[in-house]
Design a protein. Structure first.
Length: 278
């Protein structure tokens, strides 16, 4: 947990060496306290390790803000705290609290691969022994071009069958094909969120979303779904020009830059996205 203290100490050294905040030109310093990510993956958000880490980080931030007051002056700096994602709870913890084994769980990748390959074998006939239908990349599947060529099948047809097989799996909430994600037509709310994470040049042919509180990770916990525990990340604003209060409305990461620009009175680049918060 002392990793955060080392990062804060480095930030203080940098502020002094670069004389940040010592003139009327705004300076921007981005500091990443990444220890909570590693800790959260290993132990989960309900763990004693999480409690300890955030108590320590809170003290580290308090000392850092005190340094800013002493070095730069009260009312002359603004801090924004946020993160790039949330985290799922440990499935075992959810099961223990609810008393229901089907309330959460872990999806074994090998079992899921067998599920989809059996479905494709049934739909199109088994492949020659040296070939395979797909390979999985986290929560997505790439089709094997050699398998498609051997069966003279189009990627869209096999992807549709694969997506349907995934949607039938008891631990999968939804699945979407490349064609669905690249077309202009509307998808359901979850599909629209998956679409925003889809890169046609790099993403797989079928993407799927685990059911709520289910995950592919074999131990610990992870993130990466459209579920609220992954996507709901608060922002904390503190310092000059920030009015105290709680704002429950939806904001996004891209809103930070316009809001900071408005606070600092600087011009926002035309390509910047987002909106200035009230």
């Amino acid at each position: 947990p002392w990793n955060n203290e080392m990062v804060a100490a480095m930030a203080q050294q940098l502020i002094g060496a670069e004389r940040l905040g010592q003139d009327d030109i705004p300076d921007l310093l981005a500091v990443g306290f990444s220890q909570p990510d590693s800790m959260g993956h290993a132990y989960g958000p309900d763990s004693h390790e999480a409690f300890d880490s955030y108590l320590r980080l809170d003290r580290t931030l308090a000392a850092f803000f005190g340094f800013l007051d002493a070095q730069i002056g009260p009312g002359r700096w603004v801090a924004v705290l946020t993160a790039d994602h949330g985290v799922a709870r440990l499935p075992e913890r959810v099961q223990a609290e609810t008393g229901q084994a089907n309330a959460a769980g872990r999806i074994a990748g090998r079992d899921l691969d067998l599920w989809v390959h059996q479905a494709l074998d049934q739909a199109f006939g088994p492949l020659p022994e040296a070939l395979f239908w797909t390979y999985r990349d986290n929560s997505s599947y790439h089709l094997n071009p050699r398998a498609l060529a051997a069966k003279e099948l189009s990627p869209d047809r096999v992807a549709a069958e694969l997506s349907a097989a995934l949607a039938r799996h008891p631990m999968v909430a939804a699945a979407y094909t490349r064609s669905q994600l690249t077309m202009n037509g509307p998808l359901d709310a979850m599909g629209e969120m998956v679409r925003r994470s889809f890169n046609p040049a790099r993403s797989a042919d079928v993407l799927f979303v685990e059911k709520y509180n289910f995950q592919m990770r074999a131990a610990g916990t992870t993130h990466g779904t459209p579920h609220d525990y992954d996507t709901h990340v608060p922002q904390v604003w503190f310092g000059a020009g920030v009015k105290p209060g709680v704002h429950p409305e939806l904001v996004a990461v891209e809103d930070i830059a316009p809001t900071l620009a408005a606070l600092l009175g600087v011009e926002l680049p035309p390509e910047a996205r987002g909106r200035s918060a009230p």
